[in-house]
Design a protein around this ligand. Structure first.
Ligand SMILES: [Mg+2]
Length: 384
């Protein structure tokens, strides 16, 4: 079975969308077609669609040159084939993100060819009877990322807490508040109110979106947050250097998290080893694909860290996160942008087409490949 065509299409809620409000900005999606009639699907988060269109296409394009005509074998071979070709490029940025998206689409085709769900081909569920996560069953638990239309103060508190209450009533088990572009006092206050609203039994995370530059302020905030039983504290600092992370990690018992824009296992390794980060959050495409994500799991496992895949994109990407979580022994949660509380027609339809969340959890998929079926009418109505 060979790759014969690479297709790119762009979908979105509209050309001018603020993704911080939950809408889907123009998003390039990739389909790999084979001579056997099978195809694999993926999406490319936060890469300008024009870049994807220019580099993924016929045999004259950057990626088409490498993939068209290639036999569908184990995805790791094709990953290495692309990676080796990039020895004299920077192997970071848009190039590795697109490589990662192609890798996910290749896993999708490979799973269909083998007639197995991708998580079984990644080695099958690695959580034994001694490693349960939220409950005793092996299942995938999404955590809901909450944002608000405004940052800081009473409007932010009210909207994010109301969203947590709505989602808790629907059965979701975990929530991440996002007191971004806010004062230290607002960070603590939003966390306090959300913990009070959801009670002690549900899981709460805090993401401050690179809010701090100085360590002492972040230390003071973490000290105040410790009483609220926080699963992790995300991106306190820019991720250009691990040094501030290491200093904060030494002074708080709240696990530090980062990784939404992390690429390659090497960046995650550095943030774990030199930064004291104990929750890494690769996007299944951005980090370099499922192939690279599995390597990140193996490195994190050896360090006693967790891997909680990030996803502020759609459930096309979310489906790949589910397969990683189904296999990984150290993935208690995957990120989830719940369509129930955001004004995005496309997000809602893409979520409805994805794996169902029942009682706050997603069952291990029983499908060939990744198993996300994009409804054809979505293309008709949301193509940009
Ligand atoms: Mg974040």
């Amino acid at each position: 079975m060979k790759i014969v065509r690479l297709e790119v299409f762009v979908i979105g809620d509209g050309p001018e969308i603020d993704p911080d409000k939950g809408g889907i900005e123009p998003l390039a999606c990739i389909r790999i077609h084979t001579d056997a009639g099978l195809s694999g699907l993926s999406e490319v988060f936060r890469v300008p669609p024009g870049v994807v269109q220019a580099t993924v296409g016929d045999a004259h394009t950057h990626f088409g040159r490498l993939l068209i005509g290639q036999e569908i074998t184990h995805p790791e071979r094709l990953w290495q084939h692309m990676w080796d070709a990039f020895m004299h490029t920077n192997r970071r940025g848009w190039e590795i993100i697109i490589l990662g998206a192609l890798d996910v689409a290749i896993w999708d085709v490979y799973g269909q060819k083998m007639n197995q769900p991708v998580w079984k081909l990644l080695s099958g569920a690695q959580r034994g009877p001694f490693q349960s996560t939220v409950g005793s069953a092996v299942e995938v638990v999404p955590y809901c990322t909450l944002v608000s239309d405004v940052w800081g103060g009473e409007p932010m508190f009210t909207q994010q807490v109301a969203r947590a209450e709505t989602l808790a009533a629907l059965g979701y088990l975990a929530f991440k508040v996002e007191p971004m572009m806010s004062t230290p006092r607002d960070v603590v206050e939003l966390t306090r109110r959300c913990r009070k609203a959801i009670g002690d039994d549900l899981t709460l995370m805090v993401d401050v979106g690179y809010l701090f530059n100085d360590v002492p302020t972040a230390v003071r905030v973490c000290q105040q947050l410790e009483e609220f039983n926080i699963a992790f504290f995300e991106t306190p600092f820019p991720v250009d250097t691990p040094e501030p992370y290491a200093k904060l990690a030494a002074k708080t018992n709240i696990p530090l998290a980062m990784g939404e824009h992390g690429v390659t296992r090497w960046e995650f390794l550095d943030m774990m080893d030199r930064g004291g980060v104990s929750v890494v959050q690769p996007y299944m495409t951005t980090c370099g694909g499922l192939t690279e994500a599995k390597r990140i799991v193996e490195l994190a496992l050896a360090r006693g860290a967790q891997v909680c895949p990030g996803n502020w994109s759609t459930q096309i990407l979310g489906a790949a996160s589910v397969h990683l979580a189904a296999y990984s022994p150290i993935t208690p949660f995957i990120e989830f942008a719940p369509a129930e509380v955001f004004e995005s027609p496309l997000r809602r339809e893409l979520q409805n087409a994805g794996f169902p969340v029942i009682n706050g959890a997603i069952a291990l998929p029983d499908c060939a490949g990744i198993g996300y079926q994009l409804p054809p009418d979505i293309l008709d109505r949301f193509r940009i």
